[in-house]
Ligand binder design. Structure first.
Ligand code: LFR
Length: 440
């Protein structure tokens, strides 16, 4: 039996899943799961990258322990975040999370160096205040020496791969989200790097999904007790998730901590309208483009749940929302006040007060407000997608953990007047494994 190990790390958890072929179908088996969360490190909201690496290794060991040694592994994670490494392979900075506010004001400053239109025409990337480019500007301001010492710029999966293999590489789909990659040539944009005083030699030539990066380095081989190939999948989780939808011309919603609503295009769309609606053209696993919009997503309800001391399960929150008979208050989930509020419930209530909506109070009312508002934001994004692509979408294909939320699926059908197709829920890890298997 040939096993392939997909390691998928999201903002709230990571998982190791083994995949193998059985009767022409990929069978997945969960081997190991671990928690992930934003931690306060050196007064910033960060990912504990050393902890994540240790968990990666623990999960590999678990495969060995149960006697299912994979032929290869690949890692996918969220995008935009990075670390810098020096010539000896030492990490020079913390892995700051895209939710930290160190990027405040950077995007506006960027436009004084390169105008917004040029940046969009070149990269096709949406304007989010946490794009890697703006994070690098924040770092430059705070501690310019770090960039001077840096020899390697690595996105989160690139860094984990480096720790496993000793190979420095940048994988294309994740790099495409940095807003420093030319969308037309699919290479680092030299003019952007130059304009923003970024040393071009720290950015490596791209690995494309499917390429073998190398074997495990000796130390890791000793620790886990075997060797295997490390392969570049589409290391951006959304790119791996989108890769499982084989039908073209469909609206796709990758539903997890973020909701990513869009479609696959053969050519990037960088017109003024696409820029104004803030659609992004991110790299897809096969060289095409994921033309999509970021929507705040299930982060909203995850944070509501934390504010309620994790007393309710997600299903209980769904049930309470269903049972609530109030008119749902509708909020703009994409308002930046929801990106990382101290208290999500207060943020929702303040927003409602400011916008003359009824203030939801009970857990059921709050959950109802979130689910209805998400569905409304999907409707808006779908309408924008239709107008940009010049066609109507009759179905939305929902992949990722969020597709198991039947209430949300019903609301999406109701608000968007489309048919919802769901699954797989483990889309990122399945995409990851399919790419390792050679795109089966
Ligand atoms: C989803 C995701 C999105 C990206 C966001 C931040 O997990 O990767 O695609 O915009 O996280 O990196």
């Amino acid at each position: 039996m040939q096993y392939y190990l997909g390691i998928d790390i999201g903002a709230s958890s990571g998982r190791h899943m083994l995949g193998h072929m059985e009767n022409n179908k990929i069978v997945l088996e969960e081997i190991y799961r671990f928690e992930n969360k934003i931690c306060r490190i050196h007064e910033k909201d960060c990912w504990d990258i050393d902890y994540l690496f240790n968990e990666v290794v623990k999960g590999i060991k678990e495969c060995v322990r149960i006697g299912k040694v994979p032929v290869s592994l690949s890692i996918d994670t969220w995008a935009c975040d990075f670390v810098l490494v020096d010539d000896k392979g030492n990490r020079l900075c913390d892995c700051v999370s895209y939710r930290d506010d160190w990027v405040e004001g950077m995007m506006e400053e960027a436009f004084t160096k390169m105008d917004k239109r040029t940046l969009y025409e070149k990269t096709g990337i949406q304007f989010q205040k946490f794009n890697t480019l703006y994070q690098l500007m924040a770092l430059q301001k705070e501690n310019p020496n770090i960039l001077k010492k840096a020899k390697h710029f690595l996105m989160v999966p690139d860094y984990l791969v480096y720790r496993l293999t000793s190979v420095f590489t940048n994988e294309y789909t994740n790099a495409s989200t940095t807003q420093m990659v030319n969308v037309h040539t699919q290479t680092w944009d030299k003019e952007i790097l130059h304009t923003f005083h970024l040393p071009s030699d720290i950015f490596h030539e791209f690995m494309k999904p499917g390429q073998v990066i190398g074997g495990l380095c000796e130390d890791i081989q000793k620790e886990v007790g075997c060797n295997m190939n490390v392969i570049a999948c589409a290391t951006h989780d959304t790119a791996s998730a989108y890769s499982v939808v084989k039908r073209r011309n469909e609206a796709i919603l990758s539903s997890g901590t973020w909701s990513l609503l869009g479609t696959i295009l053969d050519k990037p769309m960088t017109c003024v309208q696409a820029m104004e609606l803030n659609f992004t053209n991110e790299g897809a696993y096969d060289g095409c483009y994921r033309f999509l919009k970021n929507i705040m997503g299930l982060w909203m309800i995850q944070e509501v749940r934390h504010c309620l001391n994790d007393e309710y399960t997600f299903q209980e929150l769904v049930d309470l929302a269903k049972a609530s008979d109030c008119e749902p208050s509708i909020i703009n989930v994409n308002d930046t006040c929801f990106l990382h509020p101290e208290n999500m419930i207060k943020a929702i209530q303040n927003y409602c007060e400011k916008h003359h909506e009824n203030i939801p109070k009970t857990p059921g009312e709050i959950a109802k407000c979130v689910y209805h508002s998400l569905a409304v934001s999907y409707r808006e994004a779908l309408e924008e997608l239709s107008s940009l692509c010049g066609k109507k979408f009759d179905t939305i294909h929902i992949v990722g953990g969020g597709c198991k939320n039947t209430l949300l699926n019903e609301l999406i059908e109701e608000y968007t007047k489309t048919t919802v197709i769901t699954g797989p829920d483990e889309a990122s890890v399945l995409g990851n494994i399919m790419i390792q298997m050679g795109g089966k």
